[in-house]
Design a protein around this ligand. Sequence first.
Ligand code: CAA
Length: 470
Amino acid sequence: MVLEMVGVVGLGTMGAGIAEVFARAGIRVCGVEADEVALARGRAHLERSTGRALDKGKLTAAEREEILARVTLTTSRADLRDADLVIEAIPERMDLKVELFGELDRICKPSTILATNTSSLSVTALAAATGRPGRLVGMHFFNPAPVMGLVEVVGTVVTDPGVVDEVAGLAVRLGKSPVTVGDGAGFVVNRLLLPYLNHAVTLLDHGVAARDDIDHAMKLGVGLPMGPFQLLDLIGLDTAYEIMNVLFDESRSDRHVPSPLLRSYVAAGLLGRKSGRGFYGEAGDGPQDKAPARTVRVVGSPELADRLDTAGFKESDDPDVVLQVGGSLPLSGNTVRVRLSGQVAELAVSVLTTQEAALGAHGLLKIAGYTPVPCKDRAGLVIEALLFSHLNDAVRMYESGYAAIDDIDAAMRLGCGYVTGPFELIESIGLATVRDGLRALHAERLTPSSAPAPLLDQLVTAGLTRFPRP
Ligand code: CAA
């Protein structure tokens, strides 16, 4: 693909990041914004981002100047007439995008490829609204665009042969890994990521656990790069809510019902980093240290018992708190069920648990070197409830024929910074463990989507420990 110049329309967080990616790859960029104010914001974004790389020693001052010099900024769409590719990253409104592509279709030369960075709208509908449906594709970057390694390249039923491959080749030239996907709502990443984030909001809304505790659980207990609320603030709560609506419209699945709490945040204008406040941003109480219980008995974890012993807590036959690691619902008020995952200790508080025992257990686990995550004693607590449902979605996606296992794993690693993709993760946890965890969740919730994906169930029944790969 001959690529002398690329146009980027819309220089918000994503557009400015995309412009930077092209300029860093040595390609001339023409960035277009609606007015001078928006243009100045886009310019500031580019300067901040490359300045940060300079401060970190990732770019020299001369390289930074060269990158910035490759980017021309304008308010005139007519300046895109010579672009070989134009990618739009304007607000997620169909009417705005249809109008923009209609104009680009008239302005640009016939060979220009038009691309949308939409995360929720139908690429097919956008293509069909232009006079060149065969040359309009999705080119979906991930936030922060200069950092995340994935580009989803979205072809439609009307895309000309070869165009998807050309755009995928271009993504490689940008130093990104392309994954080619069909035009289904949310493509691969958002279709998996957003229901998980929405689920975290539901747990918060239902009082299962607090914001920081859920974030700690998923970051420190699972090893994800960010907690769900930190990530929602990065993505933008309005974007997240919009994607959930699109997913729900397409699937009508109970899994995709947008959380009312998410809707409230959006209605209140608390959109995350872009508005200065989302789930984070208001002055919180900060972490509070809880006094540990004075006497303890540990059931089911010699390691935890040892740690507490080393810290000076002797086992007692008549303890203030019993820490029961594993097992089911405790039968006494001073027993707290504990699940250890990495450095996280989920503390399941049932209707019987006294507040004294809950606080005392919290203090003890902290002293033992864990990050306590107090939560209601519900199936899966926080980690398994969120993670196993998320993994189940990945199996269902593969089972539906929408994407291949390796593509799903690669997309989540490169697009969301996961250390391992969902299928690799299921295999390392154990297919049977995940299936059984899902059965427990389903027994409590009885929602259709919480049942283990039939494929997972079948593989476990057949005694297999890995997913079939070609
Ligand atoms: N712009 C440019 N560079 C940035 C950046 C930004 N906004 N944020 C971080 N970076 C760079 C840093 O400069 C640093 O680069 P070097 O390694 O070259 O020094 C690197 O990223 C790591 O940054 P930090 O050390 O400051 O922070 P970190 O280690 O905590 O990583 C993160 C930050 C890369 C964002 C990481 O937390 C992560 O991978 N998070 C997951 C993000 C994610 O899931 N994104 C996808 C969201 S879904 C989406 O975007 C699609 C949609 O349609 C909604």
